[in-house]
Design a protein around this ligand. Structure first.
Ligand code: AMP
Ligand code: ZN
Length: 492
């Protein structure tokens, strides 16, 4: 088994992955704030988490994944340093849409679940909602106060960052630099401008308010993830994911809260996805360059084609999306499906559609054909090893895709190609196991005769006749391909 290497944002280097418990991985992925539809940039980040999980599962790990739903606590305004202020985002949307906060949260949670299912992101084991974990958050905040890491002030509670010596270890920020950057509000009640909110005192007349020892209010956004990850995965996680904009302050603050409370290292590997750009700028509602999955579908681009496009870009690099690249991905997906359908047809019913290699009885059929000078079993293993090496190298999916195209072009027998690609699809997630065999093509008497004549011409090495007959068949809409297994045809 090749070792898995992941780039850890904490320390900023690639490391060999090991889990806290052998063969098991505890993974937490920051989920959506459910006050609007997610865009395909958000989806790229959720897809990264899905790929991490699939790569781990491909390597035999059992992964437990939690994706939280932020339905309270995320404030509408954020300054350049990520310090939030203003109204709660869900409450603001409820006011604008004239609905209850619950209706808003429910509607956008469902839309989120539909979108991630459409690009074949595996469902998380749980989607805990912040509003349903207030007691856990209150207990955690109390613990931080008891430990001298937090203080109550004017109905709110703040984390005292100067009391946590490791503050800044993930993002690289120093407290002095942060203090210099914050704009001080007139009504500032914090001891230190770099302190952050754990609990916020409610405003008069506000909806979604809970009682607390410090008065009525609602939780800060950061405390949610510390409380819910602890609730479902325990005090220590193997992997925590999110988009790169979450490194600071969200994840820095999660570390301060969780490690401050437990005294244990919180997360072994922090993984962050680079942003999706459109027209060269970060995709964001505020920029006005947002695309949703349904906008792609309206242009004939399937959600899985977007998935394939993302696979062609390593998650740590920015990806600029264009209509041209989306249409090209759609064409590539269709071509790949056509190949799978043909291999399935050529392989007869030998292969079960199960995407696991183990279940596929006939995959070791040995033919007389060679691939790169190797007999099929050796060639097959070389492709499988190349694929595994790529995905285990910090999710080098672009390299893994070149292995896919190499297999497609190779002269392996169709059943071997099919077995390999379906095995790879456990990670790629393109639903290739669902592609049915190509329907056998009914030939007319005339077409059959022309094909037989061409076959005879080829055997006689009469290339001129062979080419003429191929052209004649093409004129009738039959495309002929010469493969190592012989002649194949499909209708145009
Ligand atoms: P939000 O709903 O803004 O909290 O974002 C949800 C997730 O999507 C977070 O992990 C963000 O880091 C991520 N995200 C936001 N914008 C983008 C983008 N343009 N490209 C990739 N990920 C993004
Ligand atoms: Zn989070």
């Amino acid at each position: 088994m090749t070792e898995i290497q992941f780039f850890n944002s904490l320390g900023r280097r690639k490391e060999a992955f090991t889990s806290l418990t052998p063969d098991q991985v505890r993974m937490y992925s920051c989920g959506p704030t459910v006050y609007r539809y997610i865009h395909i940039g958000n989806l790229r980040t959720y897809l990264m988490s899905d790929l991490i999980r699939r790569v781990l599962e491909y390597n035999g790990y059992q992964v437990t994944q939690i994706i939280n739903i932020t339905d309270v606590g995320h404030l509408a305004e954020e300054d350049a340093l990520g310090i939030e202020s203003g109204e709660d985002k869900v409450l603001a949307a409820a006011r604008q849409e004239r609905k209850s906060p619950q209706e808003i949260a429910e509607h956008y949670t469902q839309a989120f679940l539909e979108d991630i299912a459409a690009i074949n992101i595996q469902p998380a084991h749980r989607y805990p909602k912040a509003t349903q974990h207030i007691p856990q958050m209150l207990a955690l905040i109390q613990k931080l106060i008891d430990k001298g890491l937090a203080y109550a002030r004017g109905g709110s509670v703040f984390y005292d960052v100067s009391a946590f010596p490791d503050y800044g270890k993930l993002s690289g920020h120093t407290l002095d630099e942060l203090r210099a950057g914050y704009r001080i509000e007139v009504d500032e009640i914090k001891d230190d401008p770099a302190d952050f909110l754990l609990w916020r005192g409610a405003r008069p007349g506000q909806l979604a308010v809970w009682d607390s020892p410090w008065g009525p209010g609602f939780p800060g956004w950061h405390i949610e993830c510390s409380a819910m990850s602890m609730e479902y995965l325990g005090p220590q996680l193997d992997i925590h994911t999110g988009g790169e904009d979450l490194i600071f302050p969200h994840h820095e603050n999660e570390i301060a809260q969780s490690e401050g409370a437990t005294g244990l290292p919180f997360v072994r590997v922090w993984m962050h996805g680079a942003h999706l750009l459109a027209e060269g700028r970060k995709m964001a509602k505020s920029t006005g360059n947002v695309l949703r999955l349904k906008d792609l579908v309206a242009q004939g681009i399937e959600p899985l084609a977007y998935r394939l496009l993302c696979l062609g870009h390593q998650y740590r690099g920015h990806m600029n999306v264009t209509w041209e690249s989306l249409h090209a991905a759609q064409a590539r997906l269709e071509r790949l499906r056509r190949s799978v359908a043909e291999w399935r047809q050529a392989a007869g019913d030998n292969l079960s559609p199960s995407p696991t290699v183990e279940g596929q009885g006939k995959r070791s059929a040995v033919g007389s054909h060679t691939a790169h000078g190797m007999e099929p079993p050796a060639a097959r293993e070389a492709y499988a090893a190349a694929f595994r090496a790529a995905i285990n190298d910090d999710l080098a999916l672009p390299t893994a895709l070149t292995v896919v195209w190499d297999v497609e072009k190779s002269d392996l027998p169709p059943q071997d190609k099919l077995a390999l690609i379906l095995d790879f699809d456990r990670v790629l997630g393109l639903r290739l196991a669902e592609v049915p065999a190509a329907a056998p093509i009914e030939l007319t008497e005339e077409e059959r005769a022309l094909i037989e004549q061409r076959d005879a011409a080829r055997k006689a090495r009469d290339w001129a006749t062979s080419d003429r007959l191929r052209a004649e068949l093409a004129a009738r809409g039959l495309i002929i391909e010469d493969t190592p297994q012989g002649m194949r045809w499909r209708r145009r």
